[in-house]
Ligand binder design. Sequence first.
Ligand code: COA
Ligand code: AMP
Length: 627
Amino acid sequence: MGAYTAAYERSIADPTRFWGLAARDVRWLVPPDRVLDDGAPPFYRWFTGGELNTCDNALDRHVEEGRGDQPALIYDSPVTGTVRSYTYRELTEIVARFAGALRAQGVDRGDRVVIYLPMVPEAVIAMLACARLGAVHSVVFGGFAAPELAVRIDDARPKAVVSASCGIEAGRVVPYKPLLDRALDLAKHKVERCVIRQREQLHADLVRPRDVEWDEAVAAAEPAECVPAAATDPLYILYTSGTTGRPKGVVRDNGGHAVALRWSMENVFGVGPGDVFWAASDVGWVVGHSYIVYAPLLTGCTTVLYEGKPVGTPDAGAFWRVAAQHRVKALFTAPTAIRAIKKEDPEGALLAGYDLSALDTLFLAGERLDPGTYRWAARVLDRPVIDHWWQTETGWPIAANLRGLEPMPVKPGSPSVPVPGYAVRILGPDGAPLPPGEDGDIALRLPLPPGTLPTLWQDDERFVESYLTKHPGHYLTGDGGHVDEDGYVWVMGRTDDVINVAGHRLSTGTMEEVIASHPAVAECAVIGVEDPLKGQVPRGLVVLKNGVLAEPGEVCAELVAMVRDQVGPVAALKEVTVVPALPKTRSGKILRGVMRGIADGREVSAPSTIEDMTVLDALRPVLRADD
Ligand code: COA
Ligand code: AMP
């Protein structure tokens, strides 16, 4: 039996022993009484009775164990022309000081702190400072607009918000502070304190006494020590898109998270202490939480924080420049970034100028890795290109080619095999397991391994209803697909109304809510259609109210602007079309899946319950207009 099969079987047959052993790589202040607490299904808790501090494991511990002078964080920002490295010792001191500053602003164990920052070191510092205090951070991606930020503020009810004067996007300065001010006006919850990082590109106006400058707050602060947290205490909340417009607050605990991420670095990614790891994502997404911040630091790696794009900062060789300059061993990004590079530099000519001898592997996740992109990257890089599949809820890979444990042959289009701890099952509509090769719901038998979500923030009911009800005893991933005869998982796409735009997870429901609020709109649908660069892009279809006098083109332009203003530029809704009617079932359900299929050029048969076939026929040319 190979190392993978042996480990996988052990993890499923005896999870307590498997994760109990993995937990030895974490520094506990109080060892757990139980590895897996399975007393109240469908809720499971890992490492109950244990106490630790995640920041201690990510920073202080490494300084004490001799890594004080090793770079912990390299900030590489082509958009500001800055490269700055922080050793473990420096980062520990800075984080301790900022934790003291937060405490002085009234933040204590269990309090929430919303972080709305671009890709600057302060984002990492603020996250770790919260962990140090036992406070719970909730990072909101900078590409979301004020109303989305307000919804998250109202759900998390933070004591403080940490933000910056601006971000820098595609050569333009994006003022963050006016967005924050608007969000605070919109939110019902009143935030007592905002700590604002003033960047030299733009100075923000402060609202005293609520707002305090980062430097001011730090100058007056005493360093704070690590506060012991229960293994089961929340470390962070990360909001993610669901089917409805209301985002889901995915909760991450301290203990299971530290154990799982530490284990994943060596076993999945094949990297260990001292290696340089670079996840070219954003701290606002789960990839950024897990693989820019926590996993590399828990492992004693050097992590790279990149404030730039794959192309245009300054060119399509940017990733290779960063990888060469910092001797990156493992690079992790989204397929869309590779497609953007391929489009501008189809032969990979820009690779020639860089010494990539340190780079072992390119890891890709966040959306399906299409075989064309896989083959191109494998050819130009001439090293393993590894797809892996996971989601915000799990926090770390569900299926992967485990480079550290036992590398296996790659099948282009598949993220390979279930990772130890994940009992992947393909279930039919009636819950029955399906044979190899047959598509169904991809579900995970409970209990989920450590590091995965224990619940949704203050909403056990929604957690159960969203994930655990359709197939009792299983977690529903929301993805459909199959497992083949060799045990490889094939993820074919979402089975709900979540779409994936340039590796960004978005809800069509949120966009529909915004569009439906326009006075001229009678009804609408937003669907995700295939896009050669971004994987998917949203497309809006609207039916106008009778008697609307405005030009349809004018209404569509207003709708595009509204979505940008209320959801954010990242929604990337550029196309809205007025149609006479939307196809529905007799019970009134809009046939989004059928429309999506037609737009993507797939053969789709309309359900027998369709109300009026002529409506669908009339839409066909509109949906296929781009061909
Ligand atoms: N703050 C403010 N605006 C932001 C933003 C942020 N943090 N991130 C993105 N935006 C804006 C962009 O500027 C763009 O605005 P525009 O419509 O005025 O051009 C819009 O949101 C859409 O952004 P994006 O989807 O990133 O498209 P793009 O055309 O700017 O870039 C790629 C395309 C492929 C280069 C880019 O999406 C990319 O690097 N993707 C990698 C994906 C990734 O890291 N995913 C995380 C999960 S692994
Ligand atoms: P997020 O929660 O933002 O990480 O998005 C998770 C979703 O992205 C998954 O449910 C999938 O639909 C999709 N996804 C992520 N990685 C992959 C992958 N390697 N292959 C296919 N789909 C993926």
